[in-house]
Ligand binder design. Sequence first.
Ligand code: PEP
Length: 260
Amino acid sequence: MSAHPLVVANWKMNGSRADNASLLAGLLDGLRVPHVPVVICPPAPYLEQVVGLLAESELEVGGQDCSHSSSGAFTGEVSPQMLRDIGCGWVILGHSERRQYHRETDEVVAAKAAAAQAAGLRTIVCVGETREQREAGSAIDIVLGQLKGALGVGEDRGAGSGHDRRSELTQVAIAYEPVWAIGTGITATPEAAQEMHASIREWLISQDPVVGPTTSILYGGSVKPDNAQALFAMEDIDGALVGGASLDAGAFADIVSAAA
Ligand code: PEP
C-alpha cells in the first residue's frame, strides 16, 4: 500500500432490515483496528436505515449506482443529490454487473461520475477485463481505456465550465475488478493484480503528479480474509472492494484488519 487505505463493502442485491441490523452490529463489534476508512454500500431501499445504524460510527455509506441526472423523468433512478440528501458520501460506478446487465458504457459511467462529483459525492469507479480479454493479452489496454473513458479524458467540457481535473481526481477511488474474479472464488494473484495497479498508478500520475500517487486503487474479486493480507502487501493495492465476504461480519472485519 502506498496511498490512502480504503475498504468498501458492496452488498449487491442482498439484505433485509433485520439482516442489515444484525450484520452491522456484528461488524461494529468485530472492528477493533486503528481507523481504516470503510464504506458500506447497501441496496438503495436500505441506505437510510444503514446511515442511521452507522451514525455513531466512523463508517461511511455509499450507493451502488446513481443517475447521470439530478432530477426529472427518469423512472426508477436515484439521483446523486438524493444520495447526498440521505447522508451518503460515496457511490460505486461502472461495476461490471451494471456494464453487463444494464449495458453501461464508459460514456454512461463518465456522465454519472461527473454528476456524482458535482453533487459532492466521492466515486468508486470500477474497471476490469473479462477472461477472454486477459487471455488475448489486452487486459491492460482494456482497463486503461475504461479508466480514460470513465474519467472523461478527451471530453471537451469547455473553458469556464468549472471543470477542475485536480479536484475531480481527488474525489475518486479506482477499483480494479477483473470480471473473471468477481463472485467466482478465483482471485488474481497479488503479483498480477499489482501489475495492473501499477499501470493504473502510472496513468493517474500522468494525469496529475501530485494527486496520482495518493489516489486509492482498490482490488476487487473474491477478496477473503485468507488472501487479503497478501494482496494488501503489494505496493499499489490500497484496499479492496468486497462483495460476497462483506455479507459476513467476521470475514469483513478481518479484511479491514488486514488493511490496517
Ligand atoms: C464485487 O461485487 O465488487 C466483488 C468484488 O464481489 P466478490 O467479492 O464477491 O467477488
